[in-house]
Design a protein around this ligand. Structure first.
Ligand code: SF4
Length: 385
């Protein structure tokens, strides 16, 4: 890694992802890298390793300014305020900040109270992402969530009352035995709380989850389709505009800049166990890094699991897999800027996508079509090496 040349004159924007792996209990659908803690969270020790991890990465991010920080997990709301403040202050001392930094924390209802929210505001956190998932008491139990519906409504209402800059609610649909009405009712309750952003995504059953073994009965495809169509309409008629497959914002200024940077194929550094990074070197080479998955190994000072250079032949798929998640236009010159490939290198893939009606091509940009959104996997397969 030290052999890579870093151009100190460049001034680029970077996102920083910080992974907090701890959870109090494993949810039945969760395949995220988390560790269930029955005892005290090793706050101090873990934070000190995060800071060493960042320090060891400084050479790689020399010349960058931080545009977004996302503290995700796991359950970051298990960190004490004192440790969070130490983490944030130390980062500010180590890495230059861009103007209007977006600083998000993910929280789970049932792990925070009003005092946490006030403290988050005080230490500069300006975006909060609340893992509500559903307001239905039985579904919460079936999903293995810790909180009750009233925990979620109370915490969202309080965040609104103290005028938290930007509030996101995570809501899932397609839950075991869920009806169309139940799914829409979740959305109605979310909308009634008036958050600036709603992430509304479909439950899928992944390997290495409790649901993978118990195989709960999920709604059939026609129910899922009705939920999606009616839910999408409900969100839009309530003023939430979709800008990505599952992301809805009240207006552009509330779109999640951190995720936008991923989807626009920007650079990011991940610290903490399991965190991923993608960085572009001055010669255009793109490298990816993955930190070790096990938090206890991480806290022994072994941070990096693997790092590798992304092959040129993989770049078209990687680029469009991210870019076409967004519904905005894709400037044609951006493809070359971000991948160092020429448009001619992917001409036949583009022509196929256009002929199949998945994208439209204009003088300066491409735009994914409604058909392309519907058959996104088929569209992306065209860009596979
Ligand atoms: S709280 Fe979130 S990260 Fe933790 S187990 Fe549940 S879904 Fe996974």
């Amino acid at each position: 890694m030290n052999n890579f040349q870093i151009d100190k004159k460049k001034s680029l924007l970077l996102s920083l992802y910080i992974h907090i792996p701890w959870c109090m209990k494993k949810c039945c659908y969760c395949d995220f890298p988390t560790t269930t803690l029955h005892n005290k969270v090793p706050n101090k020790e873990y934070i000190s390793h995060l800071l060493i991890d960042l320090k060891q990465s400084l050479l790689l991010i020399d010349g960058y300014s931080l545009k977004t920080i996302f503290i995700g997990g796991g359950t970051p709301s298990l960190l004490t305020i004192e440790m969070l403040e130490k983490l944030i202050d130390s980062i500010y001392k180590m890495v230059p900040l861009a103007t209007n930094l977006e600083l998000t924390i993910e929280v789970n209802p049932g792990t925070i109270n009003e005092n946490h929210l006030i403290s988050y505001q005080t230490i500069g956190i300006n975006r909060i992402s609340i893992g509500v998932q559903t307001f239905n008491r039985n579904h919460l139990i079936h999903l293995g969530r810790l909180h009750r519906p009233e925990d979620a409504t109370n915490i969202v209402s309080f965040a609104s009352a103290i005028k938290f800059n930007s509030i996101n609610l995570d809501i899932m649909y397609g839950l075991p035995n869920q009806t169309v009405n139940q799914a829409l009712d979740d959305l109605r309750q979310a909308i009634a709380l008036a958050p600036q952003h709603i992430s509304w995504y479909q439950l899928t059953i992944e390997p290495n989850t409790i649901f993978w073994n118990t195989k709960p009965k999920l709604p059939k495809d026609d129910i899922i389709w009705d939920i999606y169509q009616q839910g999408n309409e409900l969100l839009m008629s309530s003023g939430y505009q979709p800008y990505e497959i599952s992301a809805y914002a009240h207006n552009k200024s509330y779109q999640c800049l951190h995720n936008m940077n991923y989807w626009r194929f920007g650079d990011y550094l991940g610290i903490g166990c399991s965190a991923h990074s993608k960085l572009t070197l001055p010669d255009g080479t793109i490298i990816r890094m993955v930190k070790v998955r096990n938090p206890f190994l991480y806290m022994k000072g072994k941070y990096l699991d693997k790092s590798y250079q992304v092959a040129l032949s993989d770049l078209p798929f990687e680029y469009f897999m991210n870019r076409f998640r967004l519904f905005e236009i894709v400037p044609r010159n951006e493809f070359t800027q971000l991948t160092s490939l020429a448009e001619n290198d992917i001409r036949s893939m583009l022509d196929q996508s256009i002929n199949l009606g998945y994208i439209s091509e204009y003088n300066k940009y491409w735009q994914i079509t409604e058909k392309g959104k519907l058959f996104l996997n088929n569209l992306l397969e065209l860009f596979l090496a």
